[in-house]
Design a protein around this ligand. Structure first.
Ligand code: COA
Ligand code: AMP
Length: 632
């Protein structure tokens, strides 16, 4: 039996032993009573009874064990012209004093802290400072608008918000503080304080009594010690898009998470302590949580924070420069970043300027990796390119080519095989397994492994209805795909209204809610159409209220502006059209799938009635006006 099969089989047949062995990599303050508590199935808990501190495991123990002077965190920011390295000792000093500031602001174990930060070291420090005192952090991606921020403030009810005066998007300065102030105004829950890091590119005005200057507070603070928490206590809440405008608060616990992160650093990414691992993502996404902040640091490796883009900061060689300059062993990014580089530098000429011999592998996730991009990366980088599939909910890969276990030949379009811990099944509508090679809904037989999510933040009901109800005994991933005769899995798309734009997970339902609120709109639909660069792009269709005679171009522009204002620039909502009617089923369900197929130029069902033919004909004309279908 190969290494993979042996480990995979053990993880499913004897999970207690498998994960107890993995848990030896963590320093516990108190051992667990049980590895897995299944007594409240389908709610499962890993390592109940155990106590630990995640920040201690990510920083303090490495300082105590001889890594004090090793680089813990490298900050490389072409947009602010800054490079800075923090050793584990320096990171400890920063984080423990920042944790001291939080204590002084009244934050204690179990309290929530919202983090709205650009890609600067202080973002990671903020997460670790929360973990240090047992506070639960909730990071919100900087590209979300005030409205989205307000929704998360109301759900998480943070005592304190940690933020910065601005973010830097290429050459643009994005002022965060006015967005934050606006969000606090919009929210019902009011945090007691905002701790604001002033950046020289845009100094923010502060509200006396509420806003606290980050740098001077840290300077004066006394360092705080690690607080012991239960393995099952939440480490963080991360909001992600669901089918409605109300995001889902995915909860991650402390113990299972630390164990899973350690296991993946070794067996999936094959990264040793002391090596540099770079996840070119953002701390606002799950990839940023797992592999910018926690995974590499728990492992005693060096993490890299890059404040820049794959292109334009200053050129498509930016990634290669960072890799060679900081001796990055493995890069983790989204296929869209490679497509952006390839678009500007098809032959990858920029790479020739750099010594890339340090790079051992490239990991891709966040969206389906098209074979073309995979082949291009393999050819230009000459290292294994590993597509792996995961979700905010799982926190780590459900399927991957685990380089630290056994390397399988790559099949383009497949993230290889289920990762140990995940019993991945492909089911039909009745919940029965489909045949090999046939498409099915992808579900994971419970229990999910450690490091996944035990629930949604204070919403057990939604946790059940969204994930556990459709297929009793399984977690419904929301993805569809198939498995081939060699056990490789293929992830073909979502079964719900979630779309993936430039590796960012977005809800078309949320965009529809915004558009429907426009006074001239009677009803609407938003679909994700294939996009050569971003994978998918949102496209809106609106039917106007009868009697509306305003210029449709003006209305379209208002809809685009509204989505940007309410959801944020990250929605990348730039295409909309006014239609007479929307195609629907007899029961009134909008045929979004058919519209998407028409836009993508793929096969779709021939309409049944003359009326349907007419409506779809009108939609086809509207799509044509927008330039669709186009060959992608
Ligand atoms: N703060 C504020 N605004 C942000 C932001 C942030 N943190 N991140 C993105 N935005 C804005 C962008 O500036 C852009 O605004 P614009 O409409 O005014 O131009 C908008 O949100 C859309 O951003 P994005 O979809 O990222 O497009 P882009 O053109 O700026 O960049 C890529 C395109 C492909 C280079 C970029 O999307 C990329 O690097 N993607 C990789 C994604 C990734 O790492 N995903 C994580 C999963 S691993
Ligand atoms: P997020 O929760 O933002 O990580 O997005 C998760 C979703 O992104 C998944 O449910 C998939 O639809 C998609 N996704 C992530 N990684 C992959 C991958 N490697 N291949 C195909 N789809 C992916």
């Amino acid at each position: 039996m190969g290494q993979y099969l042996e480990q995979y089989t053990q993880s499913l047949h004897n999970p207690d032993e498998f994960w107890a062995t993995a848990a030896k990599t963590i320093d516990w303050n108190k051992p667990w009573d049980k590895v897995l508590d299944a007594s409240k199935a389908p709610n499962y808990h890993w390592f109940p009874g155990a106590q630990l501190n995640t920040c201690y495991n990510a920083i303090d123990r490495h300082v105590a064990n001889g890594r004090a002077n090793q680089a813990a965190l490298i900050y490389d920011s072409p947009v602010s012209n800054t490079k800075k390295t923090y050793s584990y000792q320096e990171l400890l000093d920063e984080v423990s004093r920042l944790a001291g500031v939080l204590l002084e602001l009244g934050v204690s174990k179990g309290d929530r802290v919202l983090i709205y930060m650009p890609m600067i070291p202080e973002g990671v420090m903020a997460m670790l400072a929360c973990a240090r005192i047992g506070a639960i952090h909730s990071v919100v991606f900087g590209g979300f608008a005030a409205n989205e921020l307000a929704t998360r403030i109301d759900d998480a009810k943070p005592k304190v918000i940690m933020s910065a005066s601005c973010g830097l998007e290429g050459s643009r300065v994005i002022k965060y503080k006015p967005l934050l102030d606006n969000a606090i105004e919009l929210s019902t829950h009011k945090p007691a304080h905002s701790l604001v890091l002033q950046r020289p590119q845009a100094v923010a005005s502060m509200q006396e009594g509420r806003d606290v200057d980050w740098s001077s507070a840290v300077e004066k603070a006394s360092p705080a010690d690690c607080v012991s928490v239960a393995a099952t206590d939440p480490l963080y809440i991360l909001y992600t898009s669901g089918t409605t405008g109300q995001p889902k608060g995915v909860v991650r616990d402390n113990g299972g998470h630390a164990v899973a992160m350690m296991w993946t650093m070794k067996y999936l990414y094959n990264i040793q302590p002391g090596e540099v691992f770079w996840a070119a993502s953002d701390i606002g996404w799950v990839v940023g949580h797992s592999y910018i902040c926690y995974g590499p640091l728990l492992n005693g490796s060096t993490t890299l924070i890059y404040e820049g883009k794959p292109v334009g900061t200053p050129d498509p060689g930016a990634f290669w420069r960072v890799i060679s300059e900081h001796k990055v062993a493995s890069l983790f990014t989204a296929p869209t970043a490679l497509r952006a580089i390839r678009k500007e530098d098809p032959n990858c000429d920029y790479i020739k300027k750099y010594d890339m011999s340090c790079m051992r592998a490239l990991f891709l996730a966040g969206e389906r990796c098209d074979p073309d991009t995979l082949f291009w990366a393999q050819d230009k980088l000459q290292v294994p390119v590993v597509d792996h599939w995961w979700q905010t909910e799982t926190g780590w890969a459900i399927a991957a080519n685990c380089l630290g276990l056994e390397q399988f030949p790559v099949k383009a379009g497949s993230p290889t095989k289920p990762t140990p811990g995940y019993d991945v099944q492909f089911l039909d509508e009745a919940g029965q397994p489909v045949a090999t090679g046939e498409m099915g809904a992808i579900a994971i037989k419970l229990p999910l492994p450690p490091g996944t999510f035990p629930s949604l933040w204070q919403n057990e009901e939604r946790f059940f209805s969204s994930y556990l109800e459709t297929f009793p005994g399984y977690y419904e991933t929301g993805d569809a795909g198939y498995q081939d005769e060699d056990g490789y899995v293929y992830i073909m798309g979502r079964t719900d209204d979630v779309i993936n734009v430039a590796g960012h997970r977005l809800s078309t339902g949320a965009m529809e809610e915004v558009i429907a609120a426009h006074p001239d709109v009677a009803e609407c639909a938003v679909i994700g159409v294939a996009d050569k660069l971003k994978g998918q792009a949102p496209m809106g269709f609106a039917v106007l209220q009868s009697g509306t005679n305003r210029d449709t171009e003006v209305i379209v522009n208002e809809l685009i502006a509204l989505v940007r204002e309410k959801i944020g620039p990250v929605a990348a909502f730039k295409m909309a059209t006014i239609v007479n009617r929307l195609p629907k089923t007899r029961s009134g369900k909008i045929l979004r799938g058919t519209m998407r197929s028409m836009a993508d130029g793929t096969e779709h069902k021939v309409p049944a009635t003359i009326d349907d033919i007419t409506i779809l004909g009108e939609i086809a004309d509207d799509l044509k006006a927008l330039g669709y279908p186009k060959s992608v």
